[in-house]
Write a protein that binds this ligand. Structure first.
Ligand code: SF4
Length: 693
């Protein structure tokens, strides 16, 4: 099939359900060329599907095998803020949206999909996961996923109904928030869309579905924006073509998983009541929760006026050399989901990634004028309980202490289409730079409120300061409507915290890059690696940069410094096992209740494969190296040594945590230890001494 751009609606006579070519796999992607305005089905060989395990593995294989990037042209694109190329912005950069073998099945917690591309934020490989139902429905409609290349010369949307796909003009959706898009397109099926941030190419933008589920990391919302693709809607009219090798074996694997989930719920596992939102209590006690722009990790805010960022010796010390004075303490309980539930008696648990027996999310269902509001979240304000990452990054990291205040920033990110982690990092670095007095002279230490909110009226001065609850929603709105490219504060910030710090350092001479926390340009999530053995190496070796979702970590935190070199084998095993999870695609929160044996049995039952767990681990290691090679090839084009790209940012390597259980610690014992860990890891992966597979 090959359909041209069409302003009309789907011709229902043309709609047909596509057969699944293989057990467990539709066996095709929808190839979308936005420059040509065409869509067509492209078949995938069976051995690729089995070898890659679908999802992340398949997306990586297609990205490498079918890479459409015109590197000669793309390498000439200059980044709007940084002194580097901007390959990801080129129209030929492929953008994949893929499902895995668990989607369209009864495996619990499988309402997921993955976005894979070259990250607009980091210019390297990114895979980032999204909940909701769109993954299930796309697969039921007969597609393993979407392979999108080219760029439309006007805003467009992609509509899929079973085997029929059509591109439509979408200029009427321009400037809309994700919630407005979903309301406008209601009735067209599951909807994935970008908000103003993605449209403007903000490098920390995310696409969203179901009003509150985001493919958060790496700025993939900007990848949709570069292509002028505002929204994708997907509808499936039947499940009858879904095909599994053995329904009976699948049923018994799923039964074991569900029994375990039921047991955990009945035994009072707090995750089943609060999801990740209990995180602030645990993370602050263990010295891992970013506070005031990663300057501390235990909900204690250092007194910035007494801080000195040294010229290279390392360490945060008071200007007279004495330890940092702690002046402010946040309340981790107030920041937690427990407090959120105590404060909102109408809040209810819910699940938006069905089928999910865990149902880890919660939303407020307020009573207004005596009537309980039951509308879908896109029709309400301030409804969702933020995840831990958001509570930390838009809470403690901005000096805020109430989970109710964090809701406003969370909802702003959902509406505008912004990653809450990188959004928090972007706002917090400005606040810390102001504390140090390091902003360039042509920028003010405040901005004007773009609309009435909280204590601020439109036009009021909002200072760039920690501890202002109104700051996140107001500043995020300014950010989402800025375009990286000119000299304005928000335009530079729209390229992300790392680019912002480089600009400030270059412009003022102050060591602003020392205030960032990242690896490969990806902002650190809300788990600080200092004083945690092995965590630094997990961030450094993940192909995407600093992601907390690419390896598990060993307890405990904050032991006296000791090398993690003995953990490298275990780290690799953990990374490989997560590749399996992300290829099938199972929610990370369900892994504990889904033992390897159950995952394997479900895979074999769905696909008809006869693999062992070791076979799958071997396939996973191939995926890991494939993505690494794709990155290394790019670093070679840029003349960069892979080792340099693997290092964490200065703050994490050299600046000891000021207080708490991990006080005085950095990410490694010393530089020698860092080197030893890297050498051991490279050698176990079969890479050379420069980190090349
Ligand atoms: S555990 Fe939560 S995030 Fe995971 S699938 Fe279930 S509802 Fe979605």
């Amino acid at each position: 099939m090959n359909y041209s751009m069409d302003n009309g609606s789907v011709r229902w006579d043309d709609v047909m359900l596509l057969d699944w070519r293989f057990d467990g796999f539709p066996g095709r992607v929808l190839w979308v060329d936005l420059s040509q305005g065409t869509v067509e089905a492209k078949e995938i060989p069976h051995d690729w599907l089995i070898e890659s395990m679908g999802g992340k593995g398949l997306a990586t294989r297609l990205l490498v095998e079918w890479d459409t990037t015109d590197y000669d042209a793309a390498m000439n694109l200059k980044h709007p803020v940084l002194d580097r190329v901007d390959t990801a912005r080129h129209p030929t950069n492929p953008l994949l949206f893929m499902t895995g073998p668990y989607q369209a099945s009864t495996v619990g917690s499988s309402g997921r999909a993955v976005v894979v591309t070259r990250s607009p934020l980091t210019d390297v490989y990114i895979d980032t996961y999204i909940g909701g139902n769109i993954g299930h429905v796309l697969r039921q409609a007969g597609w393993d996923g979407l392979f999108i290349t080219g760029a439309s010369n006007h805003l467009c949307r992609l509509e899929i109904v079973d085997g029929h796909a059509q591109l439509h003009d979408a200029t009427e959706l321009a400037g809309m928030t994700t919630w407005q898009v979903e309301q406008t397109l209601e009735g067209k099926g599951e909807c994935l869309s970008i908000g103003p941030a993605g449209e403007h190419g903000v490098r920390i933008a995310s696409p969203l579905t179901a009003g509150r589920r985001a493919a958060g990391r790496g700025g993939t919302g900007a990848a949709f924006g570069f292509k002028n693709l505002k929204a994708v809607t997907v509808k499936s009219t039947s499940k009858e073509e879904v095909r599994f090798a053995s329904e009976a074996s699948l049923k018994s694997a799923v039964k074991i998983q569900r029994q375990e989930m039921g047991l955990r719920r009945r035994s009072g596992d707090p995750f089943y009541a609060f999801g990740t939102s209990r995180g602030p209590i645990y993370a602050s006690e263990n010295g891992r929760m970013p506070t005031a722009n990663y300057s501390s990790t235990n909900a204690m805010i250092p007194k910035f006026s007494e801080l000195k960022v040294s010229g290279g010796q390392g360490g945060v010390v008071a200007s007279d050399g004495s330890p940092v004075t702690i002046t402010t303490e946040l309340d981790a309980h107030e920041l937690s989901g427990e407090h959120w539930h105590e404060s909102l008696p109408d809040a209810k648990q819910s699940a938006c990634c069905a089928p999910c027996p865990i149902a880890c999310e919660a939303a407020d269902r307020p009573t207004i004028d005596g009537e309980k509001i039951r509308k879908r979240p896109i029709h309400l304000n301030r409804v969702d309980r933020p995840e831990y990452e958001t509570l930390a990054m838009l809470g403690s990291n901005l000096g805020l202490t109430s989970s109710l205040d964090v809701m406003d920033g969370n909802d702003a990110c959902n509406r505008l289409g912004i990653d809450t982690i990188s959004g928090g990092a972007a706002l917090s670095i400005v606040c810390e730079l102001v504390e140090h007095g390091w902003l360039p002279e042509h920028w003010a230490d405040h901005f004007h409120a773009p609309f009435d909110f909280g204590r601020y009226k439109q036009g009021d001065v909002v200072p760039w300061q920690f501890g202002i609850p109104e700051l996140p929603p107001l500043a995020l709105a300014m950010l989402a409507n800025s375009q990286p490219g000119d000299d304005g504060l928000f335009s530079v910030l729209a390229a992300g915290a790392v680019a912002f710090s480089e600009y400030v350092e270059k412009t003022t001479g102050h060591p602003a890059t020392r205030l960032t926390a990242h690896c490969k340009g990806l902002d650190l999530p809300a788990w600080d690696p200092r004083g945690k053995r092995g965590n630094a190496m997990a961030y450094m070796t993940a192909n995407v940069g600093a992601s907390h979702m690419r390896a598990g970590y060993k307890e405990p935190t904050g032991l006296p410094n000791s090398s993690a070199v003995d953990l490298m084998e275990e780290l690799i095993e953990s990374q490989n096992s997560i590749v399996i999870r992300d290829s099938m695609i199972l929610c990370a929160f369900a892994k504990g209740a889904t033992p390897d044996r159950v995952m394997l049995d479900a895979w074999n039952a769905i696909t008809g494969d006869t693999a062992s767990w070791d076979d799958l681990m071997h396939r996973a290691s191939i995926q890991w190296n494939l993505a690494r090679s794709w990155n290394v090839e790019h670093w070679d084009r840029l003349g960069k040594n892979p080792i340099e790209t693997d290092l964490l940012s200065w703050r994490l390597r050299k600046e000891p945590i000021p207080a708490g259980v991990a006080a005085g610690m950095v990410s490694f014992v010393d530089d020698q230890d860092e080197k030893a860990c890297m050498e051991k890891y490279y050698s176990l992966r079969g890479w050379d001494e420069n980190g090349r597979p």
